[in-house]
Design a protein around this ligand. Structure first.
Ligand code: SF4
Length: 405
């Protein structure tokens, strides 16, 4: 995650330490921080989003972790000192024991957050979320009105999610609006920011598309690099404008750490006095941390490097403790993700900002080139911006689609 509001405007937010470490913490100890774990606790969902990475549907899935198995897994996480669990899905509110599981996690000292489509958040559900102590309720809106409904495969989904947002905000819950950028909705982003202001939403997370699940064969729905730059420019401008008006919104972009490099280049040009501070924060963060400080467990208990790797598992929490699976580097992918620098290929391996970006989203490289260590096709920086125009290409390097490797 790139916190645009912090990096561009210096605005602090409650969970900054998860991205940049605590004050006084050394970069070395921060790099050993335990992962935030996304638990896709059910695959059942009342919607049918065209880009769902979990390929979730409105049906019952056999073999999902039971309440007791879920609690055993939560105890593993607590033993391992995982700081935060994000209940996701499918639609997590469809799990009847969500509140029981979340209370249990809280009792074990794990912070709880929710990722939901929002359509089932009635006043009663919002009250229960507040009473359990959810630190954040992430609600997805992938466009305005009918555009959201088309994307989410259900007429009325926009109105229902908006009501869920209102029910949550009115009870003082910290709501985080989530949107995944595609060719269908990028033009709605200005209107989404208007809605954020109107509805008094605290936080916005704008996701870049990962080409997995239902989006696996839909990468053509991703926007072009030029469009991505202009969307990111808009997000930067809007964040600065909100901040300038004294509105304390936390604005983040997700799943494209190139945004951090792009932001740094902008700060270097326009606020050179802040450039060293931004550079240090991005270096501490280190960019993509799938398999390091972010992990995922699916509805069946399989452990993944992040929520997009349903096709590859390191083990199952029914058989081994989460922490044992996570620290076991006998698996080549786990070993590689934890020390990826020597494995990255093409322009990522040559990039002067690799320490800030971490080589970006590996699952997107794999989906595009069939090679986990190939360059991420969603990098929109030019060769000149990443210092590649000064480096000779290594012998045997093959160009990636769209230009130099
Ligand atoms: S070339 Fe690779 S490492 Fe560099 S900014 Fe782009 S995606 Fe990140």
């Amino acid at each position: 995650m790139i916190s645009v509001s912090k990096l561009l405007c210096g605005a602090a937010a409650p969970n900054d330490h998860l991205r940049y470490g605590k004050s006084g913490q050394t970069p070395e100890s921060f790099s050993l921080q335990r992962p935030i774990v996304v638990w896709n606790c059910t695959r059942s969902c009342n919607l049918h989003c065209v880009h769902c990475y979990a390929t979730a549907s409105n049906q019952k899935y056999e073999g999902e972790l039971t309440t007791d198995e879920g609690k055993a897994f939560l105890r593993d996480l607590a033993d391992f000192k995982a700081p935060v669990i994000l209940f996701s899905g499918g639609e997590p509110v469809m799990r009847g024991d969500l509140f029981d599981l979340a209370s249990y996690a809280k009792g074990l000292g794990i912070k709880v957050a929710l990722s939901t489509n929002g359509t089932l958040i009635t006043e009663d559900v919002a009250r229960r979320l507040r009473d359990v102590g959810f630190g954040e309720v992430g609600i997805s809106l992938d466009g305005i009105g009918g555009n959201n409904d088309r994307f989410r495969g259900s007429k009325g989904a926009f109105d229902a999610a908006l009501q869920g947002i209102r029910n949550s905000v009115s009870l003082g819950l910290r709501v985080s609006l989530r949107l995944t950028i595609t060719g269908y909705n990028y033009k709605d982003i200005p209107a989404i920011f208007d809605l954020v202001e109107r509805e008094k939403i605290d936080r916005v997370c704008i996701y870049h598309l990962a080409y997995v699940g239902r989006a696996g064969d839909k990468r053509v729905d991703d926007i072009t690099p030029a469009q991505t730059r202009s969307v990111v420019d808009f997000i930067f401008e809007k964040t600065a404008e909100l901040h300038g008006r004294g509105l304390k919104k936390e604005i983040l972009t997700v799943d494209n750490h190139v945004d951090g490099v792009y932001l740094y280049l902008k700060v270097k040009r326009e606020q050179p006095e802040r450039a060293a501070e931004v550079l240090e924060l991005l270096q501490r963060n280190g960019g993509n941390s799938s398999g390091i400080r972010i992990g995922a467990v699916d509805n069946l208990g399989n452990v993944h490097a992040d929520q997009f790797w349903w096709h590859y598992s390191f083990g199952n929490v029914r058989q081994r403790k989460f922490g044992d699976i996570w620290m076991d580097t006998s698996d080549p992918l786990m070993r590689g993700l934890k020390n990826r620098r020597p494995l990255l290929k093409g322009r990522c391996s040559l990039c002067q900002y690799l320490d800030l970006c971490g080589g970006n989203l590996r699952v997107r490289a794999e989906a595009t080139y069939g090679d986990v260590w190939a360059p991420d096709p969603a990098c929109y920086l030019t060769d000149e911006e990443i210092g590649l125009d000064r480096s000779p290409l290594p012998a045997g390097t093959t160009p990636a689609a769209g230009g130099r490797p």
